[in-house]
Each structure stands twice: as structure tokens, then as C-alpha cells.
Design a protein around this ligand. Sequence first.
Ligand code: HEC
Length: 99
Amino acid sequence: MISIKMSIIYLFILTSTAFAGRGAELFKTCIRCHGVNGEGKLAEKSPQIAGQHEWYTIKALNDFISGARKNPVMLPYIKNLSQSDFAELSAYIRKLKVK
Ligand code: HEC
């Protein structure tokens, strides 16, 4: 029989991998412009975003949505995402390292 302690550990592993997995999944749409490691692309005029603080990434995304910052090329990719999507994306981006 699995102990309660083990169940909690399994649950933790399951939810934490699901969390990371969703960030990676969501990031796939960003790769075209920001690169696979978030290194940015001069040709797309898209900045490096890898390693950025989560609060900054979340603020930037919300500023694009609100129009406080204009980014018409990127808007279609983020306009249908939720705040929890932004949180997961920003956590994933925070861990990216430019090679
Ligand atoms: C079609 C190209 C394109 C796609 C796709 C795209 N971006 Fe961008 N992104 C840009 C450009 C161009 C800028 C620079 C905008 C500016 O001048 O402020 C930018 C800026 C940003 C910034 C602000 C960086 C800073 O230092 O202020 C963040 C954060 C960001 N993108 C995240 C994302 C995420 C997350 C995704 C995927 C959901 C994504 N982008 C998809 C083109 C794109």
C-alpha cells in the first residue's frame, strides 16, 4: 500500500511536471520570433527574453494586451491566453538560458 507521504510526493511530481510542461507547450508559438532558447532574433526585431524575471514578462504581456505597449505582430499570439498561461509562460522563460 502506498503511504500518504508517498502519495503526496507523487502528486507533487505530477503537478510540477504538468506545470513545466504547459509552459513549454505554450512557448512553442513564441519560438518563431524569440528563438528556441528565448535568445531573440534580429531578423524579426524580437528581443532576447530568456532568463527574464517573471514579474517583468507578465507585465510586458499585459502591457501589450492593454495597449500600454504596442506590439501588433505579437498580439495575435497572446490575446487569447489567460493570466495563468502568462504565469506558466513566464516561469518557463525565466529558466531559459541562451546557449
Ligand atoms: C511574430 C513575432 C513574435 C511572436 C510570435 C512573439 N513575439 Fe514577443 N515580441 C516580438 C517583438 C517584435 C517584440 C518587441 C516589441 C517592442 O518593440 O516592444 C516582442 C517583445 C516581447 C516581450 C517584451 C520583452 C522586453 O524586454 O520588454 C516579451 C516578454 C515577449 N515578447 C514574449 C513573448 C511570448 C511569451 C510569446 C509567445 C506566446 C511571444 N513573445 C511571441 C515578436 C514576437
